[in-house]
Design a protein around this ligand. Structure first.
Ligand code: ASP
Length: 430
């Protein structure tokens, strides 16, 4: 059986076991069943650690090779500007979808006063700690300064992707400028590291079906389904927006621009999508995203090694869309009417806030508070949506990762690359 099918079975079985345990605990009034399921969670945590362990060596080796093969800073600048422009445009579209949908559905209008009071009481304390974290966030100028590492080893050790990417790009570009005999050993060395990292990922991925089972079972076992009931319309609005963005916006790029079948494309990156869904982390999924982009979609290392790590760090369409819906929802619950200008500001701030969100679980709700403050909506409102955040985080992370691979395919095509699965896809225009 193919690995991605096994992972899918792990996901479904995990959900069945987790929901079952949750149900039994609710019926019997004892947490024994949930506690039992939660005991297997370390299997999932171990798996996430194993892949996280590969992120830094893989990104450094592969990005260094990619930058070295680009040849010079001008090419790097060309690909870089295309990538960032694409990322910003699709993210702004994603927020707009979230806003339009929330104006139509008005998810916040249906929340009862009773549910509102209950949610604020239950999650108020939790919300305060996130708001505190957001207050500690650096300002815009500091964000740009932080992109330049004072010490690249420290950036790698702390897992600070953006400064690490900046340093590695410069290192690779400088390598390209060396005479042949000087650059050959360096390239061979990093090529060796890249191959080793890829081999380790293949080994780790054998565990993926079991890890996904454990992660999903643990999450669904302790999930508060009662909360989902009162936030159902809000949650469905987010999910509908995410599906729309994936099928229509990415669908337009995949079919209209790349001339490929949308379902064929998604089938090839399914492993990364499921992993993003299970781990709620673009960073933890990155090694697998890079592997499927290269092996299954046929994007060159030159493009994917640059576009994907950058995407996992700054391109979060799912997060931005969710932030658009969340701002509208909270405003509607509090009876605040956001004017069209305020909503246009949300497009800008949510785009930036999603860039600022790290590729780790729950990062999006922390930067959401910045969007709320800008829009004049009380930040304490995040207490209203915290109860369903984990589930929505899973969905938005899957979209974030899908957006990264779509972007890599887009840039690869702009760079004149042929993607390797056109033979079995629907009509191809080149
Ligand atoms: N978990 C998301 C990601 O890693 C970020 C978020 O919280 O929205 O892509």
């Amino acid at each position: 059986m193919k690995l991605h099918n096994k992972i899918l079975i792990g996901l479904i079985a995990g959900a069945v076991v987790g929901v079952g345990a949750n149900f039994i605990s609710a019926k019997t009034g004892s947490t024994a069943a949930v506690d039992l399921v939660r005991r297997i969670e370390p299997v999932g945590t171990a798996f996430i650690r194993l892949i996280m362990m590969i992120v830094v060596p893989l990104v450094v080796a592969s990005l260094m090779l990619g930058a070295a093969s680009l040849g010079n800073l001008a090419t790097l600048g060309r690909i870089g500007s295309k990538t960032v422009a694409y990322y910003m445009a699709t993210t702004a579209i994603a927020v707009s979808i979230g806003l339009v949908l929330s104006n139509i559905v008005r998810p916040g209008a249906g929340l009862s006063q009773e549910a509102q009071t209950q949610l604020l009481a239950e999650f108020g304390g939790d919300a305060d700690s996130r708001i505190q974290l957001a207050r500690e966030a650096p300002g815009l100028i500091q964000v740009f300064l932080d992109m330049i590492p004072r010490n690249p080893i420290a950036a790698a050790a702390n897992g600070d992707m953006l400064p690490l990417i900046v340093f590695t790009l410069l290192f690779g570009a400088a390598t390209a400028a060396l005479p042949e005999d000087k650059k050959r050993p360096l390239i061979q060395f990093f090529d060796g590291i890249n191959e080793v990292a890829m081999t380790i990922i293949k080994w780790i991925m054998v565990l993926a079906p079991y890890a996904v089972f454990a992660l999903i079972a643990a999450i669904t076992a302790r999930f508060g389904w009662d909360i989902l009931k009162s936030l159902l319309i809000y949650s469905l609005t987010v999910v509908a927006g995410l599906l729309f963005h994936a099928m229509v916006t990415y669908g337009f790029v995949i079919r209209g621009f790349l001339g490929l079948s949308v379902t064929g494309f998604f089938a090839r990156i399914r492993e990364a999508q499921i992993l993003a869904f299970s781990t709620s982390s673009s960073n933890a999924t990155l090694p697998v995203t890079m592997r499927v982009a290269k092996e299954n979609v046929g994007i060159s290392n030159r493009v994917s090694s640059f576009v994907l790590p950058l995407g996992a760090t700054i391109n979060m369409d799912g997060t931005a869309l969710y932030q658009g819906v969340a701002v509208m929802f909270i405003a509607q619950v509090f009876g605040i009417d956001l004017s069209i200008w305020q909503q246009l500001t949300v497009v800008l701030t949510a785009t930036l806030a999603s860039v600022g969100a790290a590729g780790v679980p729950s990062a999006g709700i922390i930067t959401l508070t910045l969007v709320l403050v800008q829009a004049g909506v009380p930040e304490t409102g995040i207490a209203l949506i915290l109860g369903v955040d984990r589930i929505l985080d899973m969905c938005r992370t899957a979209v974030n990762v899908t957006g990264d691979v779509t972007a890599a395919a887009f840039v690869a095509r702009l760079e004149g690359e042929q993607l390797n699965f056109q033979a079995d896809a629907t009509p191809v225009e080149t």
